[in-house]
Design a protein around this ligand. Sequence first.
Ligand SMILES: Cc1cc2nc3c(=O)[nH]c(=O)nc-3n(C[C@H](O)[C@H](O)[C@H](O)COP(=O)(O)OP(=O)(O)OC[C@H]3O[C@@H](n4cnc5c(N)ncnc54)[C@H](O)[C@@H]3O)c2cc1C
Length: 219
Amino acid sequence: MPARDAVREGSSLRISAQGQDGETFTRDADLVLVAVGVRPDTSLAVAAGARTGLKGAIEVDEHMRTSLPDVYAAGDRVVTHHRLLGVTWLPLGTTAHKPGRVAGENALGGNRRFAGSPGSQAVKVFDLVAARTGPREHEVLVSGKDWIPATTASSPDDHKAYYPGATPIAIRVTGDIGSGLLLGAQLVGRRGRGDLQARRHRPDRRASLGPGASPAATG
Ligand SMILES: Cc1cc2nc3c(=O)[nH]c(=O)nc-3n(C[C@H](O)[C@H](O)[C@H](O)COP(=O)(O)OP(=O)(O)OC[C@H]3O[C@@H](n4cnc5c(N)ncnc54)[C@H](O)[C@@H]3O)c2cc1C
């Protein structure tokens, strides 16, 4: 829900926002993070005649070739080739530097191909870490692939509960019932735990969902 107003009230900030019922409500906050999103700045490439695609990002193939002869591109301004979903747009450092190396090498006559991004990312908010790799179930449903997603959710402890300091990690895993392909996973846990496990996972690797997975388990 978008915030409408932030007014300083003594040492805190009073935020006004519109709730889902259309009513305005207020909350006091110590800190406000403003997320405005990003969009690709493609003016130079567009002026030169380069074709753009998803979200207005510059179209490139897996060799990072644009639609212009001998012009290669990489980074936030170009579409991202995703290992499972095809063409997406993920403006991140990891999806900028690897295709950047491919673009640079190919511009010098090489023949490298970007293998695609698994869409892995992690964010830390204080000591809470959320990490994901591969698509979530709602992304699978609109992917145009003939996958039938099944999702399981669990929240095991991050280590044996009889040792002190165990905290739960919320884990959600989505796979395709038809092929048994493990598609994506998301983890939320305390610092230094959830992020590592999601990053190690390779969603393009074939893996069994196990006997408990069925469309009824979706959630
Ligand atoms: C605050 C912040 C935090 C981020 N954290 C993460 C993170 O934790 N993990 C992650 O994966 N990604 C993160 N990102 C995203 C990541 O930084 C970008 O996806 C990545 O840097 C994009 O690389 P790029 O080469 O496309 O663009 P940039 O890194 O922006 O490089 C573009 C360069 O071109 C230069 N330039 C622009 N116009 C001209 C011109 N006309 N002539 C010459 N030079 C020009 C700019 O000065 C700049 O140096 C973060 C981004 C921000 C803003």
